[in-house]
Design a protein around this ligand. Structure first.
Ligand code: SF4
Length: 304
């Protein structure tokens, strides 16, 4: 796969100029909305809101071909579930997307970044994969400047080709990167359900690499398709993943006894990995709290 480094460096330059302009002249007041269609940064609602208080969507479409992809379901599937990648209609170009992003990031705050974004960070992304050859140059260019402003950036991906790109070499060389950039991979263990994505094995190796490079790592163990498989993946990744987010598939029936046993098995892992159980799991657990399974089971407030 070809990752366009020239495009990345041009976009990174555009991002630098945008930051300088906002630091000098920032006056345009903006608000962060819950709707994503007309903005770059927004506040996700529902299950997505459990992932992140703030997220950014620049693109639509993805060729991961995941059978369970939420973008291929519901009334907006025709728009969001495409296999070709396009910039959102509200952006005239990737340079324009950069302008919009930094206008929202500063928000007319007197030349400083919104404190809520410095506190909670920004998640990339819900409407495509952030690390495809088509999407990574823009995401990385924006991240390169945002982390210098102390804004935590989180990428969640199912692809690994970008780890060998010169774009990643540049991004990870930024002094603030280890502190402010977190890398996550989704792991279901079911390559057959994700035919367009990198294999789960490659993603696990990817996690190991970024951890060894000194970055914070997380995984999305979601959707849990086979609890025994998810359990074994978590055990395999314990030494190099900082946070496991675990959730069930929306609108699917799960046997309560199976879910209860799964969570008991997670609580019995001797290394006590940090685990966030999504609401889709909690609703099977008879009102028990996350903490009641151990100090390593965290609440949403401590991960966003
Ligand atoms: S990688 Fe993510 S966005 Fe792409 S098809 Fe799979 S679930 Fe959908």
């Amino acid at each position: 796969m070809i990752y366009d480094k020239v495009k990345y460096f041009l976009l990174k330059n555009a991002a630098k100029i945008a930051v300088l302009a906002h630091k000098t002249f920032d006056a345009l007041k903006t608000r962060i909305k819950s709707c994503s269609s007309k903005y770059a940064i927004y506040q996700p609602a529902g299950a997505a809101g459990e992932y992140a208080k703030y997220a950014c969507n620049f693109f639509l479409g993805c060729y991961g071909m995941c059978k369970y992809c939420y973008n291929k379901q519901g009334p907006r599937a025709g728009l969001l579930g495409k296999s070709i990648i396009t910039l959102k209609a509200c952006f005239k170009s990737e340079e324009h997307a950069i302008e919009v992003f930094f206008t929202e990031l500063f928000g007319g705050n007197g030349g400083t970044v919104r404190p809520e974004l410095q506190k909670h960070g920004i998640f990339f992304t819900f409407t495509t994969d952030p690390c495809l050859p088509e999407t990574f140059p823009l995401h990385a260019a924006v991240a390169a400047e945002a982390i210098k402003l102390g804004v935590p950036i989180k990428f969640l991906t199912k692809f690994t080709g970008w780890l060998d790109s010169e774009i990643w070499q540049d991004l990870k060389s930024i002094p603030e990167a280890q502190e402010y950039l977190s890398i996550g991979f989704t792991l279901t263990g079911r390559d057959d359900l994700e035919p367009g994505a990198s294999s789960n094995k490659a993603r696990i190796e990817g996690l190991r690499k970024v951890h060894d490079d000194g970055f914070k790592t997380f995984t999305s163990i979601e959707p849990v398709k086979d609890p025994a498989l998810s359990l074994s993946i978590i055990k395999e990744c314990v030494g190099f993943v900082d946070l496991f987010k675990v959730g069930l598939e929306s609108h699917k029936h799960y046997d309560k006894a199976v879910v209860t046993q799964f969570v008991n098995d997670l609580a019995a892992i001797p290394e006590k990995p940090t685990i966030y159980l999504k609401d889709s799991i909690m609703e099977h657990l008879d009102g028990r709290t996350r903490e009641s399974y151990g100090d390593n089971f965290v609440n949403a407030d401590s991960i966003s």
